[in-house]
Ligand binder design. Sequence first.
Ligand code: FES
Ligand code: FES
Length: 158
Amino acid sequence: MAERIEFVLNGRNVAVETDPLRRLLDVLREDLGYTGTKEGCGEGECGACSVLVDGRLVNSCLAAVGTLAGREVMTIEGFRETERFKVLERAFGEAGAVQCGFCTPGMLLAGEALLRRNPQPSETEIRTALSGNLCRCTGYGMIVAAIQDAAQRGEGLW
Ligand code: FES
Ligand code: FES
């Protein structure tokens, strides 16, 4: 049965009338038009559907929208509006860390989640933070290098 669910999406209050058991991924893409959040595996393995919920990385394919009531969700569309996004975007571009781009929104949000809690991560900490996000194209080294570079250039932003 449909319920009214209110939460904060990219800094704005939103309300949806829907089955609270629907996946956040579907509500974002189908109801709200936030298609930067991708579906890869649909079962919590690939991280393509990553969003931030209260600042923590969450697989939106595993999150029932009803659990989001009153919480803060950020998708790649919201993150794009920040200075931190620009630092990460430039670092990813220069490192060659974007190839097909399917994993990229999730990777950028994984980087953001990491740098928020650890602004100067080691390579091992970066690899651990990205361990839930799969990339078929880059071999990960360029993504790790991009996040290291962003951490240095963005000093003070995180
Ligand atoms: S689509 Fe959600 S983890 Fe793969
Ligand atoms: S750039 Fe293609 S999956 Fe990562």
